[in-house]
Design a protein around this ligand. Sequence first.
Ligand SMILES: C[S@@+](CC[C@H](N)C(=O)[O-])C[C@H]1O[C@@H](n2cnc3c(N)ncnc32)[C@H](O)[C@@H]1O
Length: 288
Amino acid sequence: MLYLIGLGLGDAADITVKGLEAVRSCSRVYLEAYTSILTVGKEALEEYYGKELVLADRDLVEQGADEILKDADVTDVAFLVVGDPFGATTHSDLVLRAVNAGIPYKVIHNASIMNAVGCCGLQLYNFGEAVSVVFWTETWKPESFYDKISKNRAAGLHTLCLLDIKVKEQSIENTMRGRKIYEPPRFMTVSQAADQLMQIIHRRREEGEELGMTEDTVCVGVARLGSDDQKICTGSLRQLVSCDLGGPLHSLVVTGRLHPLEVDMLRVNAEPDALEHLQMIDSSTYTS
Ligand SMILES: C[S@@+](CC[C@H](N)C(=O)[O-])C[C@H]1O[C@@H](n2cnc3c(N)ncnc32)[C@H](O)[C@@H]1O
């Protein structure tokens, strides 16, 4: 049996009882290590589970799936995913490979950033399509996430922006020379994502485009949701450029039309200036 087990968002103890029992019964346990991270590392999980874990990077999952599935028809193998196994990244490829190989599989769910983000006070029903914000380079500055946010906002919907994670990346030079030297891991912060959005807004304003959001749009930055030191900060996009929410992982929410209850909830974690702004919002007409 292949078990896909969600680990939740906080620390080692966030695994469900059902998940923990499955982990302990498996002969091999893989920890997916490239789409999300917990605030604790592999060793802390090993100690808590009483089980050795094999780190599964992108190469292993995408090119070495046969190794993960080996003998899973006669023995139990676990594939651990931070959050929920089907939250944001679906790992459908691994499931389809198991199905095609006649290997039974079972999913043990857990909290995901896709639903935990509700703790910021916005109603999950009012979210549109989630987007990914990637690190810009000198020569590659994609803006498609802004267009999706604008589309959501035009429909009155909020947008969850998942922020880039770069692990086991190589510089172009090292790749070209065939050297296996990796860059240190990087995790995009709320401040960096807000800054990229501000740059898009400025550029599009100069081009005379009608804007889907502005520097004054109310946004929420969240960090390390589910952990003891989670942070939530509500402010205008401009304010979030200078916020420091600490270590990874971060997500940014761009609000759409706000319900009065959502405004009340947003006030709980609002920056002082944003508080004034929120007080002025007439939720039925809010669009800025
Ligand atoms: C591919 S998604 C996460 C998928 C994961 N399986 C889940 O269900 O949560 C990874 C992104 O989610 C966001 N994220 C994940 N965990 C988070 C947390 N605890 N706090 C804030 N953002 C988080 C970050 O933006 C991160 O880059």
